[in-house]
Design a protein around this ligand. Sequence first.
Ligand code: ADP
Length: 493
Amino acid sequence: MCAELPNALSDEIFRIIFEKSPGSLLVKADAPRFTIVAASDAYLSITNATRELIIGKGFFQVFPDDDHDPNDETGARKTFSKVVETKQKIDIPSYRYDTRDPDTGDYKIRYWSCSNAPFYCGEGNEMYILNTIVEITGEVNARQEATESEHRLRLAAEATGFATFDWEFKDELSLCSPQLVELLGHPADTMLSSREAFNTQVLPEDRSAVMNAFNDSIKTGVYAYDVRIAWPNSSIHWISVKGKLVTDRDGKPTRMLGTVIDVTENKRDEIRKNDFIAMASHELKTPLTSIKSYVQLLAKKLEASEDAFIHNALAKANTQINKMTDLIHGFLDLSKLESGKLQTKPEVFDMNRLIADCIAELLQSNHNHTVIFDGSMVLNVTADRGKIGQVLNNFLSNAVKYSARGSKILVNSTFTTEGLRVAVTDEGVGIKPKDQKKVFQRFYRADNEKIRNVSGFGIGLYLSSEIIHSHHGKIWVESIEGSGSTFYFSIPA
Ligand code: ADP
């Protein structure tokens, strides 16, 4: 049948290969009839046809074109005519053509992908069209479902006041929902690329937060950050962004999607609250310093007194003043931290010397615990001595606060692969597993019957964790409820 094949074999070989090929149909280019001259087994099976029924018939007699939409360029008649006209292969990546179930007579929605190649055969080198089809109903349905569920999710997010964005890295396509466009200070119908908007509107000093969140999300898959943006009218607003980074099989980021909300009011409240804490702590510090001086003066004056009550009362007053001073300093540090003013001043010092100093200070006011520490070695590090001392004091005073009188506190310091690690172990009440991560959060106090009466504000460990993180270190706890806890920190050596 084909001119290029050896005559004796050509027809037979062609027929066998053709009939076994996947989804192929050969039609003569005798427009408008387009006579079907051959069909593969696979073609017959997927279209529920038989060779007897279709060979020799006009294509559109057997497979009537869906002529509902005259502009539909994917229709078979338009495509075949174009192949004849242009003598070029035409691919239709996706089109719908429903088929009838021979048993029930019902039509079934089906999607196909096809290729139509011109083909020259026979003595007169006549033109044929090789129509190859592949069914893609499964893929199209899956894609539609994914699009619909994404659409539903977006609607749900927007109904709850969240703005959304979707940034596809490959096509540089970054879509903003109308809510996000408004949230960034533009009229809702402005065409805006979320990438461009974020690049230009996030305040320069907050851009590192965006980069850090992105870098973290490569490890965790999720990102969250709060930053300030400048609207086109120059007003400043806080936004909170949360989302997901999608990666391909090789772990390469391909897409970012997420939600954005305006948190300007919350931030203003927080700033007002922090200012209040800072002001109140400052105001309380001044009279307390003067009370402390008077108590110290009194103690000096009454040194010679033999009245045990006087000595006892003054010592107790001094202890309480120290406690209150620590609490106030905690609040002052907190407000400094929140306003970004907590700066570290690194210097080289011996960690064991610092630990010994902190233990000595603790033992001045506490005679009820035994502290075990071997600090004979010199362990030099570069860090902020004052701030690391604050962390140690917090660990030590908590070990005292949350364990019984007479119990032991063990302090250990050593170099590990991660740097210099310090551990403070007590035999106290311990911490439930569910609270172990949370105790490093601001104002978090673990719920435990036995420590209901122990005073505190849940600031110390939060400040400690901020100090350790500002040294690029790690802070964590291991604990068994009822047996005790070990608080650790490590900083790069
Ligand atoms: P505070 O002790 O003032 O409440 P911290 O931030 O220092 O604040 O501690 C937070 C919480 O962690 C405490 O309220 C307590 O529940 C728990 N905690 C801290 N240290 C210990 C410890 N050594 N043993 C048991 N619980 C502890």
